[in-house]
Design a binder for this molecule. Structure first.
Ligand SMILES: [Zn+2]
Length: 265
């Protein structure tokens, strides 16, 4: 189920050419995407303006093209630079507009795979200031691994060829907090549905930090990041790629209070 790689340029040349196609059509805007491999799009006047939430590109603005990512270090730097913009409240126009959507519609070449939590306050693309086609994002409560989660991460790395895999935990994680409460009250098995599966999966991180000084929940979050990474290294897909130097596997921690992502473990 290989998906061929495609253009990855987040910022690409946007050329707006006003052409008159006849009095009956009026002004029509032809938008071309550099390196996109996609056919130029022909949009009528009503579609020619900037997409919602995306500032207009000045007509003669120089193109700002990001260099392609080939290593995990480069990918990590790009993520952290995006997070710095997010923290400083100076995010760039996210590539979610028409041009980018057309450019990635036929192929994709994301530069990083990220496993995050389902927490509504940690939307991965937003905290790294990235847009369409940039990231493979897998989210589960507390970054809990199961076959589907691990398989999805393997897909991002092996099939979509991202050189970086990040496990992103976060401050005040509710899933780990619930696990602490369940273990403390000896009420594991009390939840309906599959929530207890999450508790069972996250329990080793809570047990690992038992009796340690500091904030217990924070300690568990960091321990969990380390345990998830250790488990991912056991993957017959991910482990060999990391050993061969083709994959960088990192843990990171998102601070709700500041918006900052810091490396963990
Ligand atoms: Zn969480």
């Amino acid at each position: 189920m290989s998906i061929p790689p495609g253009p990855t340029r987040r910022r690409f040349l946007t050329t707006a050419v006003t052409a008159t196609l006849g009095a009956s059509l009026g002004a029509t805007v032809l938008t071309a995407c550099q390196d996109s491999g996609a056919a130029p799009t022909l949009a009528g006047p009503s579609e020619a303006g900037p997409t919602s939430g995306t500032p207009a590109t000045p007509p003669n603005a120089a193109p700002a093209v990001e260099p392609p990512i080939t290593t995990g270090d480069q990918a990590l730097r790009r993520l952290l630079e995006g997070n710095e913009r997010f923290v400083a409240n100076r995010t760039e126009p996210i590539d979610e507009g028409l041009n980018r959507r057309v450019a990635v519609s036929k192929s994709q070449q994301p530069f990083a795979t990220v496993l995050g939590c389902v927490d509504s306050r940690v939307p991965v693309e937003l905290v790294f200031d990235r847009g369409l086609g940039d990231l493979v994002v897998v989210r589960s409560a507390g970054q809990a691994l199961d076959q589907s989660v691990t398989g999805s991460l393997e897909f991002g790395v092996a099939e979509l060829h991202t050189p970086l895999l990040m496990v992103l935990g976060h401050q005040r994680c509710g899933a780990l907090d619930a696990t602490i409460k369940a273990l403390d009250s000896h009420r594991t098995g009390a939840h309906a549905g599959e929530i207890d599966h999450l508790v069972d999966t996250l329990a080793p991180a809570v047990r690992q930090v038992s009796g340690k000084p500091g904030n217990r929940l924070d300690n568990a979050v960091h321990a969990n990041i380390g345990l998830v990474i250790a488990q991912l290294r056991e993957s017959p897909v991910l482990g060999p790629l990391e050993k061969a130097g083709k994959l960088t596997l990192v843990g990171a921690y998102y601070e709700l209070d500041t918006g900052k992502v810091v490396l963990s473990g």
